[in-house]
Structure formats: structure tokens, C-alpha cells
Design a protein around this ligand. Structure first.
Ligand code: GLA
Length: 394
């Protein structure tokens, strides 16, 4: 976990830009990683999610270029990629730079006047940890593009929704990951000490207070370091199975299956596997509404119970957990967590736990010991607070 402060990273990325590009950047913009408190694999089913933004952010120092080219350097990878915007495709530039080029491509496709940029990227969001480093990258570039090209979208909720859609298109079309809109909406819409209740059907959002410290608790994130890649087939397979189930049930999406009619509906599906997938999605959407209500009522114990139920459903019905995530959540619970669950797409990545503020260290140590005992790679645990969305830093 990076210990660098925001001010240090801003200074470092601006300094690197000046060295690499030969002039000072027009500005530095950043966007956060996220954890989803609850509402997993619901976004592409038009459901509800409840993310918070992390203090960990991706920073983009940027300036306009007159030649229609994008030249982007990553300090993490020590690599520069250059591409002409008119030539951006799912194959070009490929790799991490696709997330940057894809944003400019998607803004252009949506009718915005965008052009070339010099960009230098630095980040404190761990990559491959299921904490949406890709959305943080997309949204930091979107915030830079918004201001440098005078798009004026960051200033309104509706504009931010359009930016989020462009970032989603970048990820879906140019980077080739068929994800929903959870991550980008979180990176552009979350506020400090709040979770964002997101209705993926209407696009409506509501800020829900999230400040567990007020109740003597902390949100502990554990990056299991277990392999996690959304571009592989598992995520797409889950999504496809939901779409097929909705088609068989004669509804536009699984959002249209009410939890009260769930058991009657699933009898019409052809396999146990598909029934289980639908059960997860429909009950998970219901849990999000209940978790938001519990947060509004200050009932953290109930939020913890919903975390546990969500994890069990993701593990047993949706089958996207893994041994590392199960061990981390079980250990956190045994150490007194109110609840624990995997967060993000799954198949590795991170878990979250609501733990007494005084046990952050003890729970982290216990999870590390449990991992060592089973021969897993050492995990990284850190407490987080709900932070702000994309912004200009310098
Ligand atoms: C990944 C995707 C999101 C969402 C989650 C699961 O993080 O990027 O769109 O589908 O998985 O909730």
C-alpha cells in the first residue's frame, strides 16, 4: 500500500510531466478507486449498488497537444504510449493505455470536441486488487479532458453521468471488459463520509451517510493478492447468463423480478445454475435497499449482517468468490467484525469488513496469519474512509 500523501503525488506527477514533456502541465486531475459496500453484479442487471470512493487515487497531469495525438506515460510502468486519436480501436493502443485513449475516443464518439493530449499518470490505487484502478484512470483523464477541452460536464450531476457513460464505453469497447457502470459512477459521484446509492436503471443517485467511525467502527479493506482479471471469460459468462434468464422470464432485465416473486419465477428457468444466478441478483438488489435504510438509521450491526448474507450469496449462488476471499471474510468475522464480504467482480481481489475501530490491527494480523497457514500470498489490509470523487488537484 502506498503511503504517499495526495500533495506528494501531485507534486511528483507534475514534476515528472515537466521532465518528460519539456513544459509544465496545464493541471493535475485525479479520481478515486472504490469499494462497493454492497450490490455486487447488480449494475449490469439495472439494479442497485452502494459504493464509496477510496482515499487511494489516480492522478493525471495533462496539457493540450495541437496534433491530434495522445502521448501518455505511466510512472508505475515506466512506459510511454503514443497513438493518433483517429486511429484508436479495440486493438490500438491496447494494454493500460487503452483506458486513457478509450475515454477520448468515447467522448469524441458522443459528439464532444476533443483532441490530442500529453498525459503523465501516477496512482496510489493498487492494480488488480478489485478496487477499480481502471475506472480511477479513466475518470482522472475524463476530468482533465472536461476542463482542457472546455466540455463543462463536471459541473452538473447530468454532465458527470455523461462522463461516466463515456468512461464505461472506453472500458467496454476499447479496453474490452464488459463491465457495468458501478465503478465509473462511483469515481465521478461519491462524496466524503457518504456512500452513493446508485440506481443503475434510472441513473438516479442518493448520498447515504457512511461514517463508521461515528459508531466506533472502521471499514477494513483486505487486498487478497489473489489473481483478478475482469477481461477473462468468467465475468462475461455471468453477465450472459443473467441476460439469458431475463429473456426466458420475458422481462427486460433481472431488475424486473421482484424478490416476492423470485421463487415462482425461477421455477421457469432450465437449470439449477441459472436459478442460483438469478437468486443472487434479485436478493442482492433487495439487500442494497435494506443496507441503505440501515445506514440511514445508524444500524451498523444490520449492515454487517447484510454484508455476510451478500458474501454467502456471491460464494454459493453466483460462484464468484475464491478460497482467499472466503478465508479473509471468515477470519474477520471470527475476530469480531460486524460483517465481511468480497467487493468488486470477485475471482480474487479485495474483501471488506466492518470491524471495531480498536481491532483494525488485530484483524489485519489474524488475516495475514490465516493466509500464511494456508500457503496463500501475503495479503495487504488497510482501513479506509469514504472519500471524494474526481477533481482538479493543481
Ligand atoms: C466489476 C465491474 C462492475 C461491477 C462489479 C460487480 O467491478 O467493473 O461494473 O459489475 O464488478 O459488482
Amino acid at each position: 500500500m502506498s503511503e504517499r500523501s495526495a500533495a506528494e503525488v501531485v507534486e511528483a506527477v507534475a514534476g515528472a510531466f515537466t521532465r518528460l514533456v519539456g513544459r509544465e502541465p496545464a493541471g493535475v486531475w485525479s479520481a478515486p478507486g472504490r469499494v462497493n459496500l454492497i450490490g455486487e453484479h447488480t449494475d449490469y442487471n439495472d439494479g442497485l449498488c452502494l459504493p464509496i470512493a477510496l482515499p487511494q487515487r489516480t492522478y493525471a497531469a495533462a496539457s493540450l497537444r495541437a496534433d491530434g495525438r495522445l502521448r501518455v506515460h505511466s510512472l508505475q510502468r515506466d512506459e510511454t504510449v503514443e497513438v493518433t486519436l483517429a486511429e484508436v480501436t479495440p486493438e490500438r493502443p491496447g494494454g493500460w493505455a487503452a483506458y486513457v485513449a478509450g475515454v477520448l475516443w468515447a467522448l469524441g464518439r458522443s459528439g464532444q470536441r476533443v483532441g490530442g493530449l500529453d498525459v503523465v499518470i501516477d496512482s496510489t490505487v493498487p492494480v488488480g486488487a478489485g478496487l477499480s484502478s481502471s475506472a480511477a484512470l479513466e475518470c482522472s483523464v475524463a476530468a482533465a479532458a472536461d476542463e482542457l477541452f472546455g466540455l463543462g460536464l463536471m459541473g452538473s450531476a447530468e454532465g458527470r453521468e455523461r462522463l461516466a457513460r463515456a468512461c464505461m464505453a472506453a472500458e467496454n469497447v476499447i479496453a474490452g471488459a464488459p463491465t457495468g457502470g458501478l465503478d465509473q459512477t462511483a469515481a465521478l459521484g461519491c462524496r466524503e463520509r457518504a456512500a452513493l446509492l446508485l440506481d443503475c436503471r434510472s441513473g438516479e443517485t442518493r448520498q447515504v451517510p457512511f461514517d463508521p467511525a461515528r459508531h466506533g467502527h472502521a471499514l477494513l479493506v483486505t487486498d487478497t493478492r489473489a489473481e483478478h482479471a475482469l477481461v477473462d471469460g468468467q465475468y462475461a459468462a455471468r453477465r450472459q447468463s443473467c441476460e439469458e434468464a431475463a429473456r426466458l422470464l420475458g422481462v427486460p432485465t433481472l431488475r424486473d423480478v421482484p424478490v416476492s416473486g423470485l421463487e415462482a419465477a425461477v421455477t421457469r428457468l432450465p437449470s439449477d445454475e441459472m436459478r442460483a444466478r438469478v437468486r443472487h441478483v434479485v436478493t442482492e438488489i433487495d439487500r442494497v435497499g435494506r443496507a441503505a435504510a440501515a445506514l440511514e438509521a445508524g444500524d451498523l450491526a444490520q449492515v454487517g449482517r447484510l454484508f455476510d448474507a451478500s458474501h454467502a450469496s456471491l460464494r454459493d449462488a453466483y460462484e464468484v468468490s475464491c478460497a482467499e476471499l472466503d478465508v479473509a471474510t471468515e477470519t474477520a468475522r471470527a475476530q469480531g467484525a460486524l460483517g465481511a464480504r468480497m467487493t468488486g467482480g470477485g475471482f480474487g481481489g479485495s474483501c471488506i469488513a466492518l470491524v471495531p475501530a480498536g481491532s483494525v490491527e488485530a484483524v489485519s494480523v489474524a488475516i495475514a496469519a490465516a493466509f500464511e497457514e494456508r500457503g496463500f500470498a501475503p495479503p495487504a489490509s488497510f482501513a479506509v474512509v469514504a472519500s471524494g470523487s474526481a477533481r482538479r488537484d493543481a
